[in-house]
Design a protein around this ligand. Structure first.
Ligand SMILES: [Zn+2]
Ligand SMILES: [Zn+2]
Length: 352
């Protein structure tokens, strides 16, 4: 066991402060990574403030962070995929049981015994796992991703959650050239959805409530932008979409979007509104449309996504901050005042 530097919170209303956390010594299958950048995901904020207490109560102290990119510092004797000096990434998962039907189908994110990167039972040290707001992390090599060397590393960090969360449902629902794809909400998730849909060759329509985001949506790769409060603009697209990615986590009318789907069209939710959404059955019956959810992706698909990003030069648009500004960043995140993801430069932790 060794001591790693980190930023943690002591309770649901406490700010972040510098701390030391235990990390395990590298076992034979482990990779120890010196963290270079860690993205700030909205899930970090929900967890830190114990807002998901009914599903996953937060254990304090809490060190969040599951959009990790860094350099391999040390490998165990049985590690084959990595060598010291390699770039490496870690997303939302650090372990699973490897034996259940989901694991066997490369869908570790649905394993009932999955270990999440933070606030999950730590099988090695006891207590809970600590995430990427830290200078290093030790992870089983099966859950460590290879990172393409041609990309900006700060922009690579958010691919490990925001990237795979939007990539996976598009692959599942067959987003390819010639398909008409909608992206609802242009935030951390939505802006990645636009980039992937564009790279897959789809015709991309962004739905937003803010006319101010139009120019940005076009710059990110949208072919059209629809202001969703304008009923006439919405009507023009009725029954025409193959797939809609809904990345909104606030209350909103999903029936308005279901009605834009064509026959056999699908709307997938990747945002998590806190209250149940009313759904009109008729919207689904007519046209045999479907409504789905999606949760990150398995390790193999996350690797596929990173490789795809390397080939297509895709990264997240980030604002890089020192870790000392993390409390301020959380306040700004609540106001959606970031384009489109914060990435913490972990070099700033060295001075603590
Ligand atoms: Zn996340
Ligand atoms: Zn499993």
């Amino acid at each position: 066991m060794y001591n790693a530097k980190a930023y943690s919170v002591a309770g649901a209303t406490s700010p972040f402060s510098p701390t030391g956390i235990p990390r395990r010594d590298t076992t034979e299958h482990d990779v120890r990574i010196d963290i270079l950048f860690c993205g700030i995901c909205h899930s970090d904020l929900h967890t830190v403030r114990n807002e998901w207490s009914s599903v996953m109560p937060t254990v304090y102290p809490c060190v969040p962070g599951h959009e990790i990119v860094g350099r391999v510092a040390q490998v165990g004797s049985a590690v084959t995929k990595f060598q010291p000096g390699d770039l490496a990434g870690v997303g939302c998962l650090v372990d699973s049981d490897h034996t259940c039907p989901s694991c066997r189908a490369d869908l570790e994110q649905f394993c009932r015994n999955a270990t999440f990167t933070y606030n999950s039972q730590d099988k090695h040290l006891g207590g809970v796992t600590y995430g990427g707001y830290s200078d290093s992390i030790v992870v089983d090599e099966r859950f460590v991703l290879r990172v393409p060397s041609n990309l900006d590393l700060a922009g690579v960090a958010p691919l490990h959650c925001a990237g795979i969360t939007t990539y996976s449902p598009m692959r599942r629902w067959g987003v390819t050239k010639g398909r008409k794809v909608g992206v609802v909400g242009l935030g951390g998730l939505g802006h990645m959805g636009v980039k992937f849909a564009r790279a897959f060759g789809a015709h991309v329509v962004v739905f937003t409530i803010s006319p101010g985001k139009k120019e940005d949506a076009l710059r990110l790769g949208a072919d059209e932008v629809v202001i969703s409060r304008n009923a006439n603009e919405m009507k023009k697209h009725a029954g025409s979409f193959d797939f809609i990615l809904d990345a909104v986590s606030a209350d909103h009318d999903i029936n308005a979007y279901i009605n834009l789907l064509g026959r056999d069209g699908n709307l997938t939710l990747v945002g998590a509104p806190s209250r149940p959404l009313p759904v009109s059955a008729f919207g689904l019956l007519f046209g045999r449309r479907s409504l789905s959810g999606s949760l990150i992706g398995g390790i193999a698909e996350t690797q596929e996504m990173l490789d795809f990003c390397g080939v297509h030069n895709i990264t997240s648009d980030v604002e890089v901050i020192p870790i000392q500004k993390v409390n301020e960043a959380y306040e700004r995140l609540l106001k959606s005042d970031v384009k489109y993801r914060f990435a913490i430069d972990m070099a700033s932790l060295k001075s603590e």
